[in-house]
Design a protein around this ligand. Structure first.
Ligand SMILES: [Mn+2]
Length: 352
């Protein structure tokens, strides 16, 4: 159980006798249990999964390394278990709601509670071979949906119709759902980095940015492509090529050991040199896994470094108000030598 060993090592380094895990994706990551109600308690000598009667049979089937406790009052049971082990220093995840925190304080009275940040998310950054295989499948579904979309888009189709096409296509290809609300931003709206799909019809000459992804077996993909309908203006063609070059530079430089700052800088240098620095208004990317946005993020001045088997996005963009915008996003796997690009949909300038 290497995942639990990592949990226990971190408990030790933070002087915790026990950790309470309430984040459902962290619970899935550690135990294999997927449900809407669950709490994990890890001590140095045991690990418990507490869930209610709707889930206890499923929990016993999948979370074979855990002692399953069937309860609707997880913290009451946790208090008993901790008392039995004589434990006092207990960590919890800082993502809990205020109401959960109050319940914890009330029911675990007498114990010292310590908030922790990214307690499990830190190890989730480094993907196992089976996680990588699953993410690749999610990416392949997005690729296929995009390739099919290129045959579907034509003037008169609305942004919402395009979003619905992608969403249905990904489900049809085996996705369990979409990993976030599909973004379709056309014409001048493409200057909105996160434009929600509207009833606006696609017109001849439009730039169209689609940012979308799916969940496959609990793991997310996230991809952005920008294409043009009918014709492309010289200005949009220019910024497309700048973004494409910036995005390629990030892929080319990526390898274990690269600092987060330099990961961002690889794209930003090119976009700034082309005179569009102000128009690249967001970060270069984020980690991807059970959550579509997870650590690492890439602050411009961070000296933290890429590590083998991280899966991260590379998504520079340029957004010009009242003109249009371009973003290109791939999902990258950091390999021992460099990088493997997991999203394979075409990136050359496409005019439909
Ligand atoms: Mn993204």
């Amino acid at each position: 159980m290497p995942k639990l060993s990592s949990v226990r090592m971190r408990m030790q380094s933070e002087n915790l006798d026990a950790i309470i895990i309430t984040n459902l994706k962290n619970i899935y990551y550690l135990s294999g249990f997927w449900g809407t109600a669950g709490t994990i308690l890890v001590t140095q000598r045991a690990q418990y999964l507490l869930t209610d009667s709707r889930y206890s049979i499923a929990a016993r089937e999948v979370a074979v390394d855990f002692e399953i406790v069937e309860t609707r009052e997880a913290f009451v049971e946790i208090a008993k278990l901790l008392k039995k082990e004589g434990i006092s220093q207990v960590g919890f995840e800082d993502g809990v709601t205020y109401a959960e925190f109050q319940a914890m304080q009330h029911q675990l009275a007498g114990l010292t509670l310590h908030a922790t940040t990214s307690f499990v998310e830190t190890q989730r950054q480094i993907k196992s071979p089976s996680e990588i295989a699953t993410i690749k499948k999610a990416c392949a579904i997005s690729d296929q949906a995009f390739n099919d979309l290129l045959k579907y888009v034509e003037p008169g189709k609305t942004e919402i119709e395009i979003a619905n096409f992608l969403d249905f296509k990904m489900r049809d290809l085996g996705a369990s759902g979409i990993s976030f609300d599909t973004i379709v931003a056309s014409g001048k709206r493409s200057a909105l980095p996160h434009g929600r799909a509207t009833h606006k019809p696609i017109e001849f000459g439009d730039t169209v940015t689609v940012d979308f992804g799916c969940y496959y077996d609990h793991y997310a993909s996230d991809m952005t492509r920008t294409f043009f309908v009918g014709e492309v203006s010289p200005k949009m063609q220019e910024i497309y090529h700048v973004v494409q070059q910036a995005q390629q530079a990030v892929t080319d430089i990526s390898a274990p050991g690269l600092t987060y700052g330099d990961y961002d800088r690889a794209a930003r240098d090119i976009i700034e040199a082309a005179g569009y620095g102000e128009a690249f208004s967001h970060g270069i990317g984020h980690g991807l896994g059970l959550d579509v946005h997870e650590i690492p993020y890439f602050p411009k001045t961070s000296q933290e470094r890429l590590v083998e088997h991280m899966v991260i996005t590379n998504e520079p963009g340029i957004y010009l108000e009242n003109i249009g915008g371009v973003r290109i996003e791939d999902d990258l796997l950091i390999t021992s030598q460099g990088v493997e690009v997991l999203t394979q949909a075409p990136k050359e300038l496409i005019i439909l």
